[in-house]
Design a protein around this ligand. Structure first.
Ligand code: ATP
Ligand code: FE2
Length: 329
């Protein structure tokens, strides 16, 4: 049994979670917000630096453990915004040296996927819908294979951009969801699915033109955006399920918190006799608990970097999900 501290800092969120024996003991995080406008990487990194110590001690307290019970420190090595990743890695190295415990470098996207195990999913198709990423993934012969993905921007960034156009601050997703609940008036939007891939930038341009024309209400646009774009996600996920014969769908990433997306995927799964698995919201958005959870699995397989070899360890801002050799399954 290992006790693993996990650090998340890839973008807007600084989080520290603690996992032991596949259970989450704590999951504390703080998110960088803006009133209007998007994320400024250096400001987010400053936020992480300023909050790291406080979150560390809060997480230990919540878990009810002492520093010396930690066996290893897992951290998100990539992908993400370089200034943010650097703050997370610096803090991980500091704790590793202080406690004389090894580090476990974790891929952020795979952490979003692996945490799904906590829901009981065994062999799912995964719909990974987050800020920078939108991918349909399944595990096959030691890799997470990407069956389909966005050909331009991630669905979360798309929604945040759409929100910004309408003068709503970051993150836009939860506010757009609330706006959408006040409409049932569907306005036709482009629908762009190519096989198992999707494209979003044309829809964003179209929404911008519609909003600037002042002919449509923000509520109707938010509602129509969700109905269109989520239908695209459901269609591609369903195609991957049909193609692979898999009977489970697992949601991951921050956009999966959206109740309408959950409703639509649930309907699709029940229509094809499949099961839907959705982790709780605090494990869908960026968080340190998922880093700790995957960190424990990797640590138990002997994947670690000792406190003496830290100098060679660096961040990987552009690391891809299908590059990683999954040595722990
Ligand atoms: P990545 O994992 O690709 O590196 P990320 O780490 O920025 O991206 P997450 O923290 O997983 O992504 O998700 C953040 C995104 O989720 C933001 O774009 C945010 O607007 C979106 N989001 C959060 N809640 C909702 C919601 N209820 N509806 C739609 N989108 C949401
Ligand atoms: Fe993420």
């Amino acid at each position: 049994m290992a006790t693993i501290l996990g650090i998340e800092s890839t973008a807007h969120t600084f989080g520290i979670g603690i996992a032991r024996n596949g259970k989450i003991l704590s999951n504390i995080r703080d998110m960088y917000h803006t009133e209007s406008g998007g994320i400024v990487p250096n400001d987010a990194a400053k936020h992480h630096k300023e909050n790291s110590e406080k979150i560390y001690f809060e997480s230990l307290e919540k878990a009810g453990i002492k520093e010396n019970e930690i066996d290893a420190v897992a951290f998100s090595q990539g992908p993400g915004l370089a200034p943010c990743l650097i703050e997370g890695m610096k803090f991980a190295k500091k704790i590793s040296l202080k406690l004389k415990k090894p580090l476990v470098p974790v891929n952020h996207c795979i952490a979003h996927l692996e945490i799904g195990k906590i829901t009981g999913a065994e062999n799912p198709i995964m719909l990974y819908a987050s800020g920078a990423n939108t991918q349909i993934i399944a595990y096959e012969s030691s890799k997470y294979r990407i069956f389909g993905e966005t050909l331009d921007i991630g669905v979360g960034n798309f929604i945040d951009n759409f929100a910004r156009i309408m003068g709503i601050g970051f993150p836009g997703g939860p506010k757009i969801q609330e706006l959408a609940k006040n409409s049932k008036n569907y306005i036709e939007l482009p629908y762009v699915v190519k096989g198992m891939d999707i494209s979003l930038s044309g829809i964003l341009t179209n929404l911008k033109q519609k909003f600037e024309s002042k002919k449509y209400s923000p509520e109707d646009l938010a509602y129509s955006m969700q109905e269109t774009v989520f239908a695209m996600l459901v269609e591609t996920a369903e195609r991957a399920m049909a193609h692979t014969g898999k009977k489970e769908l697992l949601l991951g990433g921050g956009v999966s918190c959206n109740s309408r997306l959950q409703e639509m995927t649930k309907k699709m799964c029940s229509e094809r006799g499949a099961r839907l698995f959705v982790p709780e919201n605090s494990l869908l958005v960026d968080n340190g608990a998922m880093t700790a959870f995957l960190g424990e699995i990797m640590f138990n397989k002997g994947i670690k970097v000792s406190a003496k070899e830290l100098e060679n360890l660096d961040i990987k801002p552009r690391q891809r999900t299908d590059e990683i050799e999954i040595k722990w399954k």
